[in-house]
Design a protein around this ligand. Structure first.
Ligand code: SF4
Length: 70
């Protein structure tokens, strides 16, 4: 699967993505989280709701997990 980085994502825990997955920082420096949305449409809906919005990315459950750390 081809990975790429979206310039539209504002969340600091974003690393990259592919067609149906987001790859983010996890709850420690050595952990990465791969989230499979099952479709590009569902992934884009999540990005629009959280990742793209500087006022909302902190509400994302994955962001909270990464921010809380171990
Ligand atoms: S908002 Fe959530 S899913 Fe999006 S990049 Fe940040 S941690 Fe990942």
């Amino acid at each position: 699967m081809k990975h790429y980085v979206s310039a539209e994502v504002k969340c600091p825990f974003y690393t990259h993505e592919d067609a149906c997955e987001l790859h983010c920082m996890g709850f420690s420096d050595s952990v990465r989280v791969h989230v499979c949305f099952g479709s590009k449409k569902r992934k884009e809906e999540h990005k629009d709701k959280y990742c793209h919005d500087i006022k909302r990315y902190a509400e994302c459950p994955l962001y909270k997990s990464a921010a809380e750390g171990e």
